[in-house]
Each structure stands twice: as structure tokens, then as C-alpha cells.
Ligand binder design. Structure first.
Ligand code: FNR
Length: 384
């Protein structure tokens, strides 16, 4: 049926099922600032290219005669079962992509059982997004403030709003060198959006009031600068300090932005429950290795006991399957869902996620894989 119908052409779907066409569609729905911010990356985009090239280095081996009529796409992470092997990656200030912001996307994910990771740089509050996500799975991503009182306040709020996993992003102590954004500046983008996690945080607000004798709302630009100084402090926390987060967060703590096997080992030694192999979608260090290229070495370094999750550059069902075969326990999707969201709101985002799941399901079937948990490297060959 789906081939007879011409899903996109005949408007049964609002978004294209093809990744590059979807990107073109999204471009038409976004202004120059939000578009550059979303599509762009560090430097000359060499890392974004490397992310795609890393997928093409691996090829799946079809197994046509395996009975794969009963397939399972569910995963278990940190002792919890999830119906979806995909997770919505944390993406900042979503209200610049669609008026419903994080609330709309959290609701879209919740309806599909896809865990939604809320960014510290969000345009809605922790509490609002929790309420929109309802009973759906939700995780919280921390840009680790250089002020412990603010960190504790954010952790407390996320915990009270039932975010189950803490994702600590380690690759963004300062923003990457992103020429398009540097040329235009972030201010036009952020005007009127506000960073609701920062600006709604009672500890941040009270510190700001004491320091400047005004409320956050009285000078949003100044508040925005102070907030960025606290969350993008320019200097990393240490591995030893992971114990501080472990002490104050009762659930799993996962670090995001790991590319070196030695860092993965250090993360486990520091007490992390999992690592996310990611280069921030090529937005931080230009000229860096493709994220997927580092996945096997990281899985080997930390062993099967540690949950290794993956993102950066994933665009198709086959990509997702390759990541699983190389040892990923779940895959985070970044830009593609946002493209769908920009084009057609909640429905667009859901169509992208469902399209990826359906493509993955077909790829599993043709590769003779019944259960994602059984994937291993025997389904792949390296294209040297
Ligand atoms: C991001 N990413 C990100 N990561 C994070 O930990 N906190 C954040 O606030 C953001 N914000 C953000 C904004 C935008 C516009 C993009 C495109 C990305 C990185 C994101 O979580 C993820 O690592 C990448 O998007 C994955 O790469 P792909 O799937 O976009 O190629």
C-alpha cells in the first residue's frame, strides 16, 4: 500500500521520507537565523561530513532466508524497558523552530513512546515540558553550571518533575566556531525566546537580583549573558566531580560527547552509568573524526556492562541498525526530527520518527535480525 500511494506526493505524509529532501523542505519553513543555527555546524562542516562518511564505511550483509516475521525494536536501558530504540536528542531553544517549542515536541515523543531529552538551553521550563510529556519517558540534559547552588536547584526541579535519566553534556564548555552564527549573531534569534530554564530558576533569579538590583525580565540581554557565563563557563568540570552529580541525582547519570575510548573508561571509573558517543552533530570541533568511527573502540573499551548510546549524523534506518550492530544500546536523533517539526509541527516530527522506525524495521528484516538486542558485528563488513 505505501508504495502504491506515494506517501509524500499524495499528501498522506506532510514530510518527505528522504533525508536530504526533508532538509530542503525545512529550509523553506525557517528564517535565516534559525535555519543557520539548525543546519550549520563548526568550521567548514568537515565533522558533519565525517559523520555521514563514517556510516558509509560500514555495509550491512543481507540474510534473506531468516524468518523475521516477529521483530522486536524494544530496548532495555538502565534496567528500564523502552518500546523505542530511538531517543529524541536534546536540542536547545526549540521555539525558534516551531511556536509550540519543547512542549509540542515532548508531547509528540510521548505519544510514540520515544524518550524526550530536555536541554538546559530550552525555551520552556522544566515543569511545563514535564506536564506536556505526561506519562511519556523523559530525560534531562545538563549543561553543567559553574555554580553548584544553581546546579542543585536545576537537578532538584528535574527530579521533582520526574525526569528519569540525567544526561551531562561534556563537549560544550564553550560553543564551537560556527561561522554562520558568528556572522549573524545569536541575539536576533534569542530575542523574545528567553532561556526558560535559566530565567525561571529561582536560585539564578535571586543571584541575578542581588548582583544587579533588577529582575531578569528588566534586562533580558544582560540576564542571557550571565546565564551563558554560568552554563558555558569555558572551563570543564573534572571527572572527580561526577560524584557530586551522583550524590544529588538518584537515577542514572550518562555523559554525552564522548569520542575517545580513554574518556569512556574514565567516565565509567568516575561512576557514570552510561556514555553517549557523540560529537554534537559536528557543531563543536571541526575536522574531528566521524562519531560512528569511534563507536566500536569505545564499546570494546568499556565492555558490554556499560550502556553505550550513540548520536551524530544518523539519517536512515540502515544507519540506526549499523550503530546497533557496532554495539550501541540506543540511538539519539537530532536534526531530522526538528526538520519535521519545523515543517509540520507535532505531526511532522512524528512522521519523521515513525519513518525512521519503519525503515529500521525493514532493514532488520532484510538483514535477518529479529531483535535489536541480538545485533552484532557479524552483520557488517567494513568497506576499506
Ligand atoms: C544540538 N545539540 C545539543 N546537545 C545538547 O546536549 N544540548 C543542547 O542544547 C543541544 N542543542 C542543539 C541544538 C541544535 C540546533 C542541534 C542541531 C544540536 C546536539 C544534539 O543533542 C545531538 O548531539 C546532535 O544533533 C546529533 O547529531 P544529528 O543527529 O543532528 O546529526
Amino acid at each position: 500500500d505505501i508504495y502504491h500511494n506515494g506517501m509524500f506526493r499524495n499528501k498522506l505524509l506532510r514530510v518527505s521520507t528522504d533525508a536530504s529532501r526533508l532538509e530542503e523542505q525545512a529550509k523553506k519553513h525557517l528564517g535565516v537565523h534559525s535555519g543557520n543555527y539548525l543546519f550549520g555546524g563548526a568550521g567548514e562542516l568537515a565533522t558533519q561530513d565525517a559523520n555521514r562518511a563514517a556510516f558509509k564505511r560500514w555495509q550491512l550483509i543481507p540474510r534473506p532466508m531468516v524468518d523475521t516475521s516477529k521483530r522486536s525494536l524494544g530496548v532495555t536501558l538502565f534496567g528500564q524497558k523502552y518500546a523505542s530504540p530511538l531517543i529524541q536528542a536534546p536540542i536547545g531553544v526549540q521555539s525558534i523552530f516551531h511556536q509550540d517549542g519543547e512542549k509540542g515536541l515532548a508531547e509528540a515523543c510521548s505519544e510514540l513512546g520515544v524518550p524526550f531529552v530536555l536541554s538546559t538551553a530550552a525555551s520552556s521550563t522544566i515543569e511545563e515540558v514535564a506536564s506536556a510529556s505526561g506519562d511519556g519517558p523523559r530525560w534531562f540534559q545538563l549543561y553543567w553550571p559553574n555554580d553548584d547552588e544553581i546546579t542543585l536547584s536545576i537537578l532538584r526541579r528535574a527530579q521533582e518533575s520526574k525526569y528519569s535519566v540525567l544526561v551531562v553534556t561534556l563537549d560544550t564548555w564553550s560553543a564551537g566556531w560556527r561561522p554562520l552564527d558568528l556572522d549573524l549573531g545569536y541575539l536576533p534569534l534569542l530575542n523574545g525566546v528567553g532561556d526558560q530554564i535559566g530565567f525561571s530558576d529561582p536560585v539564578f533569579r535571586s543571584k541575578f537580583r542581588k548582583m544587579h538590583n533588577i529582575e531578569v525580565e528588566d534586562n533580558i540581554q544582560l540576564a542571557s549573558r550571565e546565564w551563558l557565563r554560568i552554563v558555558l563557563s569555558g572551563s570543564p568540570q573534572s571527572w572527580e566531580r561526577i560524584s557530586f552529580l551522583k550524590k544529588h541525582w538518584p537515577g542514572p547519570v550518562v555523559v554525552k560527547g564522548i569520542q575517545h575510548p580513554d574518556d569512556a573508561k574514565l567516565a565509567v571509573k568516575a561512576g557514570c552509568d552510561g556514555v553517549i558517543v557523540s560529537n554534537h552533530g559536528g557543531r563543536q570541533l571541526d575536522g574531528a573524526v566521524g562519531s560512528l568511527q569511534m563507536l566500536p573502540a569505545i564499546v570494546d573499551a568499556v565492555g558490554k556492562e556499560t550502556s553505550v548510546l550513540f548520536d551524530s549524523g544518523t539519517r536512515t534506518g540502515a544507519d540506526i541498525l549499523k550503530a546497533f550492530c557496532l554495539g550501541a544500546k540506543a540511538v539519539l536523533i537530532g536534526r531530522p526530527t526538528i526538520y519535521g517539526y519545523a515543517v509540520a509541527g507535532k505531526q511532522g516530527a512524528q512522521e519523521v520518527l515513525m519513518g525512521l522506525l519503519a525503515d529500521l524495521d525493514r532493514s532488520m528484516s532484510m538483514s535477518g535480525i529479529i531483535d535489536l538486542q541480538d545485533c552484532d558485528r557479524s552483520s557488517l563488513v567494513a568497506n576499506e
